[in-house]
Design a protein around this ligand. Structure first.
Ligand SMILES: CC(C)(COP(=O)(O)OP(=O)(O)OC[C@H]1O[C@@H](n2cnc3c(N)ncnc32)[C@H](O)[C@@H]1OP(=O)(O)O)[C@@H](O)C(=O)NCCC(=O)NCCS
Length: 187
């Protein structure tokens, strides 16, 4: 097990080249081990460039918000928060592509993202957060353990190497997240 390097949580409004390298570096380290974040395995450099270009476009248009745990040379966590664009649903946001470096999992990095997510949600007027996850993955158990509640199951949600997996859809109110974070002395 590696020692966890000191890191800072930061919301990035743009991936400059050094951030893009850290973002893709973490994504590829995760894909070496997990097939639960969009790809069945590590992607080609051209795919990585497109991911960065798409993310930069969404960040510049404020359609998504990117939180990272930055050591200064690599990211140990990254995840995006996407607020609903329709006026009736602006109080909701989804968390997508949340991932922690395999070398530092199980050390509370995900827990420690809570204050940053809570304050960003409050800033945006978001009161409810949702996410989806592959049924049977460790992440399903982790989100449940952190307080997320299941509101649906989508049969055949993902197709990986010829296998079909259901998807579990979950939500957590920001008020509940605040209470959970407070009880764990994270605030
Ligand atoms: C999901 C993920 C981000 C969690 O990161 P992490 O750094 O391991 O999370 P933490 O160390 O903060 O652990 C969170 C809690 O979950 C618990 N946990 C860890 N693995 C667990 C498991 N398999 N079952 C139940 N709880 C588990 C931890 O013990 C901890 O709770 P505790 O402090 O009360 O003991 C990480 O596993 C990951 O990157 N997975 C691969 C990518 C992925 O699938 N992302 C989700 C896409 S929806």
């Amino acid at each position: 097990m590696s020692t966890e390097a000191p890191y800072q949580f930061r919301w990035l409004d743009r991936l400059v080249p050094e951030h893009a390298e850290r973002y893709l570096g973490l994504y590829l380290r995760v894909l070496e081990r997990d097939s639960t974040v969009g790809f069945p395995g590590p992607f080609e450099p051209a795919v990585g460039q497109k991911i960065v270009a798409d993310l930069n476009r969404d960040l510049s248009e404020k359609r998504c918000h990117l939180l990272v745990a930055d050591t200064g040379s690599s990211f140990l966590f990254q995840g995006t928060l996407i607020q609903s664009g329709s006026p009736n649903n602006r109080h909701m946001a989804g968390v997508f592509r949340a991932m922690v470096d395999p070398e530092v999992r199980g050390h509370g990095v995900m827990w420690r993202t809570l204050p940053a997510f809570i304050s960003k949600c409050r800033e945006l007027g978001v009161e409810l957060v949702y996410l989806d996850v592959r049924a049977g993955s460790p992440a399903e158990q982790i989100w449940k353990h952190m307080g997320f509640k299941v509101f649906g199951v989508l049969p055949g949600y993902s197709r990986v190497d010829g296998q079909l997996f259901d998807g579990i859809y979950m939500y957590l109110s920001v008020a509940e997240a605040f209470e959970i974070a407070r009880k764990r002395n994270l605030l």
